[in-house]
Design a binder for this molecule. Structure first.
Ligand SMILES: Cc1cc2nc3c(=O)[nH]c(=O)nc-3n(C[C@H](O)[C@H](O)[C@H](O)COP(=O)(O)OP(=O)(O)OC[C@H]3O[C@@H](n4cnc5c(N)ncnc54)[C@H](O)[C@@H]3O)c2cc1C
Length: 411
């Protein structure tokens, strides 16, 4: 979707401005950003539009209309996104429009199930935001995340999946014999079965340049993006836990030197990993008590990482080919917590993981991909034990849809 001519007026510190810009970015909508603290004329314009009030974000559209502090739903409607369901009741509601959710939707709708998919932001999920996917079978030259997302969405629409955007599931409940999902606008969607495919989010550092150079030198997945840096002199890894150590070791296959930036005074990983990372001859150098202050670049590419030593307060710069951030990942399962069983980190337990080592529960055992609540399934990155890759999420979406088909035969 291309909408040149949209202007977002705001300030860099305003959280609602960041949310609106993120939402537009996730919809691949072009916009012009003006920081009204840096532009007096723009500030006066915003004051004029809002009867003397300094309300931000104020978003101006090419037809001359404007929205003030819009919710994602209001912004979605203005962009022409479908935000209201056609029917009151569906066979299947899928929460999350990433690779897992969209694949499940294709399978279910193709078999004739009335399928509703709700997505809070951009379709394609994490995969849609990726600059390039090189390890998905069938695309020998790789494919951009945007094109990949557009292709799956087209396929889902072709089979009659109803897709709603700017719809955040906030609550899951049971209404008589069917399941019910409440969205942030207090609307309810009812269905026989539900698939939770809400993925996970990488924790961000929240420093300047992190969003700007995402996919252009700043990365969150070494398996996915490490091979781009074959032969690089240096890459940086931020974090000191198990995943930072594992991914750092993995990156030594590509880069000549890996610099681990650790906030604490020691690594917080398993002893085996610590031994591997610190063994003589390891190509990993560790900077303890070090934080990243900013990512800086030129021509849309990361050029330097500004760091600071917390002990000496000394600031310095590194010039790696790339920086990989591994400070944890959080499953997007908040809305389902307390309703379906999760592990202590919030990843949703399904199938065998609910049975292993426990007394048999009354009733039938959960099917594969089924959660602790019959009829509610989970697939993809949000599921406990998932492997956090596009191909795996697609496979889980397909397998979950086939299980849901079996479930629908019983109700
Ligand atoms: C920068 C980056 C690069 C990557 N590169 C690769 C790669 O090259 N190869 C590879 O195999 N993997 C890659 N990955 C990993 C891959 O993208 C994920 O494993 C995959 O997208 C997971 O799919 P999913 O459908 O389970 O979840 P997601 O892709 O996370 O999709 C979940 C969707 O659910 C939505 N959602 C969440 N909560 C709610 C809610 N409450 N209501 C409504 N909607 C909600 C989210 O907005 C999101 O769109 C990359 C990941 C990142 C972040």
């Amino acid at each position: 979707m291309s909408n040149p001519g949209i202007t977002v007026y705001g300030t860099y510190w305003c959280p609602d401005c960041r949310r609106a810009k993120k939402f537009l970015g996730e919809q691949f909508v072009e916009y012009h950003w003006i920081d009204i603290e840096q532009d007096k004329e723009a500030e006066e314009y915003v004051l004029r539009l809002n009867n003397g009030k300094r309300i931000i974000p104020t978003i101006l559209f090419p037809d001359g209309s404007f929205l003030v502090e819009p919710s994602n739903v209001a912004l979605g409607r203005k962009l022409g996104l479908r935000t209201r369901a056609r029917m009151a009741y569906y066979d299947l509601t899928i929460v999350g429009g990433g690779p897992a959710g969209l694949t499940a939707a294709i399978y279910a709708a193709r078999e004739g199930a009335e399928t509703l998919l709700i997505e809070r932001s951009g379709l394609g999920g994490q995969a849609g935001l990726t600059t390039g996917i090189e390890n998905f079978p069938g695309f020998p030259e790789g494919i951009t995340g945007q094109e990949f997302a557009e292709r799956i969405v087209q396929q889902a629409v072709r089979f009659g999946v109803e897709i709603l955007q700017a719809q955040e599931a906030v609550f899951l409940c049971c209404d008589q014999s069917y399941h019910c999902i409440k969205n942030s606008e207090d609307e309810h969607h009812h269905s026989q079965a539900v698939l939770i495919a809400t993925g996970a989010s990488y924790r961000r550092l929240g420093v300047p340049g992190e969003e700007e150079y995402l996919g252009a030198g700043v990365h969150f997945c070494a398996t996915c993006d490490g091979p781009f840096y074959k032969g690089a002199e240096q890459v940086v890894v931020v974090g000191g836990g198990n995943s930072a150590c594992e991914e750092g070791l993995h990156l030594t296959r590509f880069a000549k030197r890996v610099t681990l930036l650790v906030r604490g005074e020691k690594l917080a990983a398993s002893q085996i990993l610590i031994d591997k990372v610190t063994e003589p001859g390891s190509r990993i150098e560790i900077k303890y008590k070090t934080v990243v202050e900013a990512f800086e670049g030129a021509s849309s590419k990361l050029k330097s990482v500004r760091i600071r030593n917390l002990e000496s307060e000394q600031a310095s710069e590194l010039h790696p080919a790339a920086a990989f951030i591994f400070i944890g990942q959080e499953p997007n399962s908040e809305f389902a917590k307390g309703y379906v069983e999760t592990d202590p980190y919030g990843y949703i337990l399904t199938g065998h993981d609910l049975i292993d080592g426990r007394e048999p529960a009354p009733g039938r055992p959960p099917m594969s991909f089924e959660t602790s609540v019959p009829g509610i399934f989970a697939a993809g990155d949000v599921r406990y034990g998932s492997t956090k890759q596009v191909a795996a999420a697609v496979g889980e979406g397909a397998a979950a849809a086939l299980m849901i088909r079996e479930y629908l035969k019983t109700v």
